[in-house]
Design a protein around this ligand. Structure first.
Ligand code: DC
Length: 225
């Protein structure tokens, strides 16, 4: 039987990682968070104080960066040059730096090879921006998950408030719109729905509703129980 691949793409804050993780758990597949791979590369530049806005730096230092994914059940751990950095990647500094790194062709190519290699050996739910269009164009199930920028900013706002942070809703909304613009307009592998992707508009759906929907589709498509 062919390996199973489910591609889930969409803009920042649409809930891709939560939904992909739960979908993977319920179907007993591996969850591959490709955003974390780009974040880990950005983290290398931040940690080493290297200017990631300079293309020549990106082209040079990517050769010194080793990104490795390890799995415990369906849970992904990400290692940067041998060190587990999984818990260090979700902060505003890295979120704001990553789009610059993700524009670079050499970096994308290096990560693409790792992503395809994992998907050739495992049954995966892979989330990102270009999974359905570039990384796994033959995936049999492709989801393009969207929600309005306001709703995505709202979700992020509530999440940060729950963590006790003092945050400004309009600043979050601005950041989300800026990241959408950067992801959609870059030359290589921009964010867009594959022609054969199913768009899921999740503004008024709960996480559970979206997961159930995708799991049902996947069971039918891949003839799973
Ligand atoms: O999904 P995320 O917020 O963790 O993604 C972080 C950044 O990486 C974001 O700027 C988009 C970029 N990215 C990408 O260009 N291609 C992917 N397959 C995944 C993420």
């Amino acid at each position: 039987m062919d390996v199973i691949a489910i591609a889930i793409d969409g803009p920042a804050g649409a809930g891709k990682s939560t939904i992909s993780k739960l979908t993977a758990q319920r179907l007993n597949l591996i969850y591959v968070d490709t955003g974390a791979m780009f974040r880990a590369v950005a983290y290398y530049f931040i940690l080493n104080n290297i200017d990631y806005e300079k293309e020549e730096n990106l082209n040079k230092y990517i050769d010194f960066i080793n990104i490795e994914l390890r799995y415990f059940g369906s849970m992904q751990r990400i290692c940067l040059n041998g060190k587990d950095v999984t818990m260090d990647l979700r902060n505003e500094e890295i979120s704001n730096a990553t789009p610059s790194v993700a524009k670079n062709q050499k970096i994308r190519k290096k990560l693409l090879d790792i992503q395809r290699d994992i998907a050739s050996k495992n049954n995966v739910v892979m989330d990102g921006r270009d999974i359905g269009t570039c990384v796994l164009p033959d995936a049999k199930l492709k989801i393009f998950l969207v929600a309005s920028a306001e709703e995505r900013a709202n979700r992020r706002f509530r999440q940060l408030i729950r963590r006790g942070k003092v945050v400004d809703y309009f600043e979050i909304l601005d950041n989300i719109k800026k990241r959408d613009e950067q992801d959609m307009t870059r030359e290589i592998a921009p964010l867009k729905a594959a022609e054969d992707a199913m768009t899921v508009e999740s503004t008024h759906m709960t996480v559970e509703q979206v997961v159930k929907f995708i799991v049902t589709l996947a069971k039918a498509k891949f003839e799973l129980n």
